[in-house]
Design a protein around this ligand. Structure first.
Ligand code: AMP
Ligand code: MG
Length: 330
């Protein structure tokens, strides 16, 4: 029996979750927002510092545990924004010293994949579609491998940029989804898949030109954006499934909240006899519970760092999924 606290702070969200024996007991988060439409790292870090204690106490309360029940403290080590990661690590280390319990440094992307186990997925391909990240990841031959990824921006940031040009506010994803529902008119857009990689900047330029010429209604652009870009993502995920012969697709990241993307994923899986897993929204977006979830798996593999060795632990803002030393899976 182990009770693990998970701390997430890679970007806009400060989250704390409590996980016990693979069950999520609580998952509390507070998200930094602003009016201009992008993350300002030092502001987001200040936000995290400000809300940390409150989010932590709420997570304990909702989990109905007290501080002394915690066996280890897992935190997002990377990838992410330097200043934001530092706040999460500082909080984790302070707690480690206070409670005399180990810390467990966790890779954020791998946590998105591993938390898929709560949905029943056992060895999936993860289609990870968030603001800053877009990757197709799976565990193969001793490592979490990146089969495909964006060659420029993350799909969420791409959608948000288009929404900003269109003047419909931030975050753009949900608004584009609503607009897209009002159209069935497809206008041709560039389709950029290279092997298992995708790219969005050419599509963004094309959309921007169409916006400026004002010849295509915004609903049609939103619809065409979704149809094109989600087809690209699903194509790469399908190629990865075929390549490694896996039978499970898992969605992760904020963009995976989109019901059209989920529908396309389900259809593709049905056609190839694979299973599609979509975690609840609270676990799709950045959250502390997924960090605690992977933290618990690592804790059981004795991968905690004792309070006396905390100086050896640092953030890894640019950590790549395939650089993670996987000592907990066979
Ligand atoms: P994350 O970085 O994983 O927290 O995801 C944030 C991104 O998800 C932002 O770029 C949002 O615009 C995007 N997003 C959130 N909801 C939706 C949606 N329903 N459709 C498309 N994108 C979405
Ligand atoms: Mg994420």
């Amino acid at each position: 029996m182990s009770t693990i606290l998970g701390i997430e702070s890679t970007a806009h969200t400060f989250g704390v979750g409590v996980v016990k024996d693979g069950n999520v007991l609580s998952n509390v988060k507070d998200m930094y927002t602003n009016d201009t439409g992008g993350i300002i790292p030092h502001e987001a870090a200040r936000h995290h510092k400000k809300v940390a204690e409150e989010v932590y106490l709420k997570a304990l309360e909702e989990a109905k545990i007290s501080e002394s029940d915690i066996d280890a403290i897992a935190f997002s080590q990377g990838p992410g924004l330097h200043l934001c990661l530092l706040e999460g690590m500082r909080f984790a280390k302070a707690l480690s010293l206070k409670l005399n319990k180990p810390v467990i440094p966790v890779n954020h992307c791998v946590a998105h994949l591993e938390v898929g186990r709560v949905t029943g997925a056992k060895d999936p391909i993860l289609l990870y579609c968030s603001g800053a990240n877009t990757q197709v990841i799976a565990y193969a031959s001793g490592k979490y491998r990146i089969f495909g990824e964006t060659l420029d921006t993350g799909v969420g940031n791409f959608i948000d940029s288009f929404a900003r040009y269109a003047g419909i506010g931030f975050p753009g994803g949900p608004k584009i989804e609503e607009l897209a529902k009002k159209s069935k008119t497809y206008v041709e857009l560039p389709y950029t898949v290279k092997g298992m990689d995708v790219a969005f900047s050419g599509i963004l330029t094309n959309l921007r030109q169409k916006l400026e010429r004002k010849q295509v209604p915004l609903e049609d652009l939103a619809y065409s954006l979704q149809e094109t870009v989600f087809a690209m993502l699903i194509e790469t995920a399908e190629r990865a499934l075929a390549h490694v012969g896996k039978k499970e697709l898992l969605l992760g990241g904020g963009v995976a909240c989109n019901s059209r993307l989920q529908e396309m994923a389900r259809l593709m899986c049905e056609e190839r006899g694979a299973k599609c897993f979509v975690p609840p929204r609270s676990l799709l977006v950045d959250n502390g519970a997924m960090i605690g979830y992977l933290g618990e798996i690592m804790f059981k593999a004795k991968l905690g760092v004792k309070p006396k060795d905390l100086d050896e632990v640092d953030i890894l803002p640019r950590q790549r999924t395939d650089e993670v030393e996987v000592k907990w899976r066979k």
